[in-house]
Design a protein around this ligand. Structure first.
Ligand SMILES: C[S@@+](CC[C@H](N)C(=O)[O-])C[C@H]1O[C@@H](n2cnc3c(N)ncnc32)[C@H](O)[C@@H]1O
Length: 245
């Protein structure tokens, strides 16, 4: 992908991530996601990988008690912010790897827990200005999502867990996305009713059905019996994947 498209996407993402405005349903889903993760995992001595770690706030929550915390982040400004944040907090077991997770080099069977929070799984795709690429067939078998999730699934130890926060493909979710992107200055250019929303400055976020998540995970060799959909609210799921022991 060209640097120009990636830089534009990074800028847009940062603007939304670090800005003050968040639609109520998206804020609620994020809070519920965090409550569930904290209840289940805070205080445990785990090896944790955070795919698309953003400004690093999940590391601040979990690293004080976990064995190690690895953030993976493509945007250099966010990676630098995270490095400084974790250093200031004295989290010597937390480290951020800067770069595209599609090229991450990972050790097999290493992590106890892999997280991809706050709708990040929906950002992964071949970045293109040609929106006709994103057909239903593409979205049901998204090669970039499959490559990334396969890599991190391999890096998960048997018995380990993976958690993905995603939008559900419902009109209420689409309305919240459009509100979020428009209000933060990134109006959509994709057709209303499409299964994803794309902005003119290269931000892209897909919504999921149970079937589209399961078909993509099937391509990662993850069977449906390993997958649980936790409803965060009417627009979002926390998808739990358990790797057999
Ligand atoms: C929606 S934000 C979520 C950030 C953080 N996980 C949170 O919960 O606040 C998505 C993050 O994933 C990063 N990201 C997107 N695509 C990526 C890629 N291919 N490789 C690494 N990071 C990526 C973005 O730069 C951004 O920081």
């Amino acid at each position: 992908m060209s640097d120009r498209l990636r830089q534009s996407e990074n800028r847009t993402l940062q603007n939304m991530l670090l800005g003050d405005y968040v639609p109520e349903l998206i804020r609620e889903a994020r809070e519920r996601q965090d409550e569930i993760m904290i209840e289940r995992f805070r205080g445990r001595r785990l090896r944790i990988a955070d795919i698309g770690s953003g400004e690093g706030y999940h590391g601040s929550i979990f690293a004080p008690e976990c064995e190690l915390y690895h953030g993976f982040e493509i945007a250099p400004e966010l990676a630098a912010m995270t490095r400084e944040r974790w250093q200031t907090e004295g989290l010597s077991n937390a480290r951020v790897f800067e770069g595209d997770v599609a090229a991450a080099e990972l050790e097999d069977d290493f992590y106890d827990l892999v997280v991809c929070m706050y709708f990040t799984p929906g950002n992964f795709r071949d970045v293109s200005e040609d929106l006709s690429l994103y057909t239903d067939q593409y979205l049901d078998h998204n090669p970039v999502f499959i490559d990334i999730m396969s890599r991190y699934y391999r890096a998960l130890r048997p018995g380990g867990d993976m958690f993905l926060t995603v939008y559900r493909d419902l009109p209420e979710a689409e309305a919240a996305q459009i509100d979020f992107y428009t209000t933060t200055g990134h109006p959509p250019v994709s057709a209303k009713g499409a299964r994803y929303v794309a902005t003119g400055d290269m931000f892209w976020s897909v919504r999921w059905t149970e079937q589209s998540m399961l078909s993509n995970l099937h391509d990662c060799r993850i069977g449906k019996n390993a997958v649980t959909f936790h409803e965060l609210n009417e627009i979002a799921w926390l998808v739990e994947i358990n790797k057999p022991a």
